[in-house]
Design a binder for this molecule. Structure first.
Ligand SMILES: CC(C)(COP(=O)(O)OP(=O)(O)OC[C@H]1O[C@@H](n2cnc3c(N)ncnc32)[C@H](O)[C@@H]1OP(=O)(O)O)[C@@H](O)C(=O)NCCC(=O)NCCS
Length: 184
């Protein structure tokens, strides 16, 4: 099965590499990043061993088009963060979520939205009927990404993760209609 290799205007979405474990640690070792991930107490990554183990986990094959990938800036090869398409925890109907987390040195450039839009296209090309995004209810930067890539606000939900989450979604039909109107 070919590895993910998805170029965008400024970025390349591809697997994380073990030689980048220090960069992954520098992202997931920051409370300002991990405080927004998951639903329990934030888990700050502690050392390179954990980063290598995480890279191995990311590389374990989810059934395509799902996966967890590095987002590389083409201009200088810097990995700005991670983007993912995964089955939601406790999904009753195989619902798939899109997610993103970037190093703070790479916030504010539109990279998360650029990578997420490409991964959304990848997911729909791979046959997903709908993609969901959930965040802490007060994660405004992440919800702004959801809006920028055309996702619809579905309000607050109490499923998949503990407690309340903001939920956005886009169906394959909505995505195709948006592509058609963008190219018209
Ligand atoms: C969520 C997160 C990825 C958002 O990153 P971001 O850089 O704000 O998001 P975008 O890629 O959409 O970039 C938008 C920003 O870039 C700016 N920008 C600069 N150049 C741009 C360009 N060419 N295109 C688009 N936006 C651009 C926008 O004006 C906007 O800045 P603003 O927020 O000051 O208005 C980031 O805050 C993060 O990693 N947070 C911690 C982890 C997290 O919360 N993950 C999500 C869990 S649900």
């Amino acid at each position: 099965m070919p590895e993910m290799h998805l170029p965008t205007e400024r970025l390349l979405i591809r697997p994380w590499r073990h030689e980048e474990a220090d960069r992954l640690l520098d992202i997931l070792g920051r409370l300002e990043v991990v405080r927004w991930l998951g639903d329990g107490e934030p888990v700050v990554m502690k050392d390179l061993d954990e980063a290598h183990a995480r890279i191995d986990r990311y590389a374990e094959r989810d059934a395509p088009p799902l996966g967890t990938w590095a987002v590389e800036r083409q201009a200088d090869g810097l990995v700005v963060g991670t983007v993912l398409l995964l089955t939601l925890p406790n999904a009753e109907h195989g619902e798939v979520e899109i997610g993103w987390h970037l190093h703070p040195d790479s916030w504010g450039h539109g990279y998360a939205s650029e990578a997420a839009a490409a991964v959304l296209a990848h997911g729909f090309a791979g046959g997903l009927p709908e993609v969901i995004a959930v965040s802490h209810t007060d994660n405004w930067p992440s919800q702004a990404v959801m809006r920028r890539i055309g996702m619809e606000d579905r309000g607050t939900v109490e499923k998949w993760y503990e407690g309340e989450s903001a939920c956005f979604a886009i169906t394959a039909e909505q995505w195709a209609a948006a592509q058609a109107s963008n190219s018209a």
